[in-house]
Design a binder for this molecule. Structure first.
Ligand SMILES: Cc1ncc(C[n+]2csc(CCOP(=O)(O)OP(=O)(O)O)c2C)c(N)n1
Ligand SMILES: [Mg+2]
Length: 639
């Protein structure tokens, strides 16, 4: 059939399906895009011609549309995504941050940036990077390191192998991430006689890989010999739909479970074996047991520094790791015993291999006591509307805001967040209630300011039956508020809680912890955001003159969102209730106390402090840093 490259690509994308456990769905829910000269006549024309095959959604920022695709993919357990089309030049390079986020979080997104002419005839074209010594370079090469597969389609027939490779990578749970097919603007519009089979429906089946029998037997031996076994559940548990298998494993063996950011909610919070978050933003319950664990079963985790408290979380000198993961890259970490396998199959197989075995009763009891203690601590923290030492009229504390959202979300709502102080607070405080682990969506692989609103749109598109609560700080809001307009245009009813504390509270606290008194983290006039040192204790916000005359609620309103302004946690609770049933985005604005942080729980994060300084505060912080670093481990011992 004679079609242009762009027309063939659109038809190909619309014909791809994905299947797992006998359930089959279209892989692409549609295509987001922004047109320019690099795609308007190619993909633009093709999407218009085939709009009945693949839905097109205009976005407002290219980075944001990748976030929408990533949010969608995560909520769908990687069994679906969107394609994203851009022009050449700035439209294409705006994809880079979104691509990095998707690749780091192992989420499938298909990027289709336009590219300069394959013929080179009119070069240099508008927005073209000229590299005098290499005519094959274009700005799209920025996308290579952040893509799991990259191809520039310079001839029509090259699309056939490129499109198939793209699908292989997107649908492989161990390989997936951003896939980039750069499409020169002339090639997009060229016609070719396509083999019929290229355009016919094609099903990509995600098979569940079993662990190697020898590795399974060794893992079972190791767990049987453990006196203090612990599970660290990562995102892979949820993506594999293995939460029921995890629960069955924990109940059969008595092994307690703690969770990374991506794995948060893998086991519901009220389960007696659920210790919640582990690591730098972990609970005291999880961190205490992690410190003593002798066998740690990591399931679907990348072992990021937040999860391992920068390799200080596991202090037992003989600690050994078993890593269940779909990729050998992660399974090999911490010198672990690698079970390269699907999480659900591996958990079921390991449970059977351990039949009749149970962790020592004292350890299980300890876990239950710690879990209870932490639940009480959460209840205490979320119940205090203002900071402990603040007066009753003070601004609300973020913990209480999280408690209100948690209650509004119930069992089926989803909280979406990415950067600032909220991810750490959510990791600790959120009570996970959805048995499939789909109620907690904190993007913490890239922790990208600006992900929140577009990510929330993606979640809502993937799960229209769930209520979606986006928690976004003022700083993150300002990075990418524009996709509110997309939510308005597409009538996407998400609730956005905009927590305004007039600056970067999280980095302010981090700055103070390294001796730098919050330098550059306030939005203030005249001081370049630097705080006078004597303000660092915390009352700077008491002077309204210091706050910039910026009204983010009015900003959201001007973009077409419904806005509810709240002052207290009680008003916030009412607003979350009133926001229900809207036919577009609702922004609930609340000012918060930037100094009312959730206390740390016996953990650490490696952020290097200046080794020499004139400043006493820095020298004190450096001494503390050197002490803390002594707890870091290499984890070199193989099981
Ligand atoms: C794109 C991007 N730039 C910078 C950072 C580093 N960073 C992490 S949190 C943060 C401040 C976030 O401010 P806000 O959204 O207001 O949240 P708050 O810290 O006040 O809770 C910054 C600058 C980041 N994560 N992402
Ligand atoms: Mg802020």
């Amino acid at each position: 059939m004679r079609l242009t490259v762009a027309q063939a690509l659109v038809r190909f994308l619309a014909a791809q399906e994905i299947e797992r456990d006998g359930v089959r769905d279209p892989f692409f829910a549609g295509c987001f895009g922004i047109f320019g000269h690099g795609n308007v006549a190619g993909l633009g024309q093709a999407l218009q011609q085939h709009r009945d095959l693949l839905a097109y959604h205009p976005a407002r920022n290219e980075q944001a549309m990748v976030h929408v695709a990533a949010g969608y993919a995560r909520q769908r357990n990687r069994l679906g995504t969107f394609a994203c089309t851009t022009s050449v030049g700035p439209g294409a390079t705006n994809l880079v941050t979104g691509a990095a986020l998707a690749t780091i979080n192992r989420l499938p997104v298909l990027l289709l940036p336009g590219d300069t002419f394959a013929t080179r005839t009119p070069h240099p074209v508008l927005q073209q990077l000229e590299v005098p010594h290499d005519a094959t370079v274009s700005v799209n090469d920025c996308l290579r390191p952040v893509s799991r597969y990259y191809e520039r389609v310079e001839r029509a027939e090259q699309l056939v192998p490129a499109a198939l490779e793209a699908m292989r990578v997107l649908t492989d749970p161990g390989e997936t991430g951003a896939v980039t097919l750069a499409l020169p603007e002339d090639v997009q519009a060229e016609a070719f006689d396509w083999p019929g089979a290229f355009l016919e429906p094609r099903v990509w089946t995600v098979y569940r890989r079993p662990p190697a029998p020898e590795a399974l037997a060794r893992a079972a031996d190791l767990v049987r010999g453990a006196r203090r076994p612990l599970i660290v559940a990562g995102g892979g548990v949820i993506y594999s739909a293995a939460t029921a298998a995890l629960r069955a494993f924990a109940e059969a063996t008595g092994v307690p479970v703690c969770e990374s950011q991506a794995g948060r909610g893998a086991l519901v919070s009220d389960h007696p074996l659920s210790l919640g978050a582990v690591g730098a933003t972990g609970t005291s319950a999880a961190n205490r047991l992690a410190r003593e664990a002798d066998v740690v079963i990591g399931i679907g985790t990348r072992w990021s520094d937040f999860t391992t408290a920068s390799k200080s979380a596991f202090q037992d000198p003989g600690v050994r790791f078993v890593n269940i993961n779909v990729t050998s890259f992660d399974a090999a970490k911490h010198s672990g015993l690698p079970l390269v396998a699907d999480a659900r199959v591996a958990l079921d197989a390991l449970r059977e291999a351990l039949a009749g075995h149970r962790a020592p009763a004292g350890w299980e009891r300890r876990a239950a006591e710690e879990a209870d203690g932490w639940a009480a601590e959460v209840a205490r923290l979320v119940a205090a509307p203002v900071r402990g030492d603040a007066d009753a009229g003070a601004l609300p504390a973020q913990a209480a805001i999280i408690g209100a959202i948690n209650d509004a979300a119930g069992e089926t709502g989803v909280v979406v967040c990415a950067a600032g102080s909220a991810p750490g607070d959510l990791h600790k405080l959120w009570r996970a209630r959805d048995p499939e682990g789909k109620g907690y969506h904190v993007e913490y692989g890239y922790s990208c300011m600006g992900y929140e609103i577009p990510g929330g749109i993606g979640v809502k598109l993937a799960a229209p039956e769930r209520e979606v609560f986006v928690l976004v700080g003022d700083g993150s809001y300002l990075m990418l508020p524009g996709e509110l307009v997309t939510a308005v245009a597409e009538r996407i009813p998400i609730v956005i809680v905009l927590v305004d504390n007039h600056g970067y509270a999280s980095i302010g606290a981090l700055s103070r912890s390294v001796g730098s008194s919050g330098f550059g983290t306030h939005y203030r006039r005249g001081t370049n955001g630097a705080l006078p040192v004597d303000d660092a204790a915390g009352d700077a916000l008491a002077q309204p003159a210091d706050v910039l005359p910026v009204d983010l609620a009015a900003n959201a309103e001007s973009l077409g969102a419904r806005v509810i302004r709240t002052r207290t946690v009680a008003e916030l609770r009412r607003a979350l209730h009133d926001a229900r049933g809207a036919d577009g985005p609702v922004v609930v604005h609340i000012e918060a106390d930037r100094y009312a942080g959730v206390p740390g729980s016996e953990s650490w994060w490696d952020v290097p402090v200046a080794e020499v300084s004139d400043d006493d505060a820095v020298r004190v912080a450096r001494a503390a840093y050197e002490r803390a670093r002594r707890a870091q481990r290499f984890h070199l011992e193989a099981p």
